[in-house]
Write a protein that binds this ligand. Structure first.
Ligand code: OOG
Ligand code: NI
Length: 438
């Protein structure tokens, strides 16, 4: 944008999300179809429901809204990722351990980089689910394979020195001058392009036999965006329209069912990973064309953020099956019911009720995070091979503190962030009304 001479973190974030989206659209044309259909669905919902359609975010926010998913191999790599996202005002939130999500487990632990302040979220809520391989987990990797994997990962460079220097400068100075911003955005986008170098076939296949995700991360010398997910206001409609266009979707929409009560947390679905051409180097040195199916097109609908008790209720309901019947037994069918039972987060805004009277309106807080169970499902639904896992071995302990150490930054607790948003709104409302909030 030639009118901008200095890019603040949110402008870098918004520009990066657009740039990644353009790049991913060129690499995965079906993603462009998904965007088209998402826009059609959103426009129809706004037409049909009016202001109510924007209850969980303005249509401008929702239209630009994406989440990305990336996967890296080592603490050094994830700490570099944290510097790049830090430059864009994106901070690590939450800890997800996908290694023992029962039926579908993958050898990674994850966090999500995203803006944490209300105003920053409103400007652009871009978030990236970021996973890191755990090569020391004996359920997946032998000591020998771990050693070779760590050697391979230790020898590669995902993010060059110029990109990292610009990232550090942006974070220290609160942004970048236009020319530097342009370089930063170009290098950051390029870092997530699909690699063109031939893949070592034997190495890739050896890892793939253990876990397709391990091969995707540790079988290639570069990283890439795995998927970029737009937000829709009616995911059931989107699902039907994609199938009508002849695009095969995974079997189900994951998360809560379609029902008459308020939408909570997250509902997600995706089209199946498409075969993308990749070059391989065979063990006898020949370069051959083949294909890999690792990247897919996900789409999501976001609902209201749940409190810890609300989340416990959600987890219990999901294990009983995400049917409308289970939901009717588990959740009240109005926002007022969610408030009364303390199940979800709402902010309080002072509005002018007319005739000089102030009114207080209650606004739902949109869920900004992810769900480990659907995350594992999303990983797995797009893998063709089950992989092998030795359940008799025990997994290496990896918790939020450990990941925080690897990332080199504190991990925010998502519940704390939502609660702080509610508390801030109460304070604002009280001061607007000139009363003591306590
Ligand atoms: C990340 C899977 C998690 C989501 O939306 O839950 C995720 C991955 O496949 O790398 O993106
Ligand atoms: Ni995703």
């Amino acid at each position: 944008d030639p009118s901008v001479s200095f890019y603040e973190p949110w402008q870098l974030r918004a520009a990066f999300a657009r740039s990644l989206s353009d790049m991913y659209g060129r690499e995965v044309p079906a993603y462009t179809t998904l965007l088209e259909v998402s826009h059609e669905v959103n426009a129809d919902v706004v037409r049909a429901r009016g202001a109510d359609a924007e209850r969980l975010g303005s249509i401008d926010r929702v239209t630009a809204e994406r989440h990305g998913a990336i996967r890296v191999g080592t603490p050094a790599e994830i700490s570099q990722v944290a510097r790049i996202f830090g430059a864009m005002g994106m901070h690590p939130v939450g800890f997800y351990d996908l290694r023992d999500a029962s039926s579908s487990s993958v050898p990674v632990i994850s966090t999500a980089f995203r803006p944490v302040d209300r105003d920053e979220l409103a400007r652009n809520p871009f978030r990236v689910f970021t996973s890191m391989l755990v090569p020391s987990d004996r359920r997946f990797f032998s000591a020998d394979l771990q050693a070779r994997l760590e050697r391979f990962l230790g020898a590669r460079t995902l993010f060059g020195p110029e990109l990292l220097a610009l990232a550090d400068r942006a974070e220290a100075d609160g942004g970048l001058a236009a020319a530097d911003a342009e370089t930063f955005l170009r290098l950051a986008t390029a870092a997530f392009e699909l690699g063109r170098e031939p893949v070592d076939q034997a190495w890739y296949r050896e890892l793939e036999a253990v876990s397709a995700v391990a091969a995707d991360i540790g079988g290639v010398p570069t990283t890439h965006i795995n998927h970029l997910t737009p937000r829709v206001l009616d995911i059931d409609d989107l699902y039907a329209r994609m199938e009508a266009r002849g695009i095969t979707m995974i079997d189900a929409i994951q998360g809560p069912p379609l029902w008459e009560g308020p939408d909570v947390l997250l509902r997600q679905t995706s089209f199946r990973a498409l075969a993308e051409p990749r070059t391989f180097r065979t063990p006898d040195g020949e370069v051959v064309q083949d294909s890999l199916r690792v990247r897919f097109g996900e789409v999501e609908a976001r609902g209201i953020a749940l409190t810890r008790p609300g989340r416990a209720r959600y987890d219990a309901a999901i294990t009983q099956g995400a049917t409308p019947e289970v939901w009717r037994e588990s959740f009240p069918d109005t926002e007022a019911g969610l408030v009364e039972q303390g199940l979800a987060y709402f902010t309080y805004e002072v509005s002018d009720a007319g005739a000089g009277l102030a009114g207080i309106t209650r606004e739902p807080v949109v869920y900004e995070d992810f769900l480990p169970r659907s995350a594992a499902g999303i990983f797995q639904s797009n893998l063709t091979e089950e992989g092998t896992k030795d359940a008799s071995q025990s997994g290496e302990d990896r918790d939020a503190d450990w990941l925080s150490g690897a990332v080199g930054r504190d991990l925010h607790d998502p519940f704390d962030l939502y609660a702080a948003q509610v508390a801030a709104s109460r304070d604002r409302a009280a001061s607007d009304l000139g009363v003591d909030p306590h």
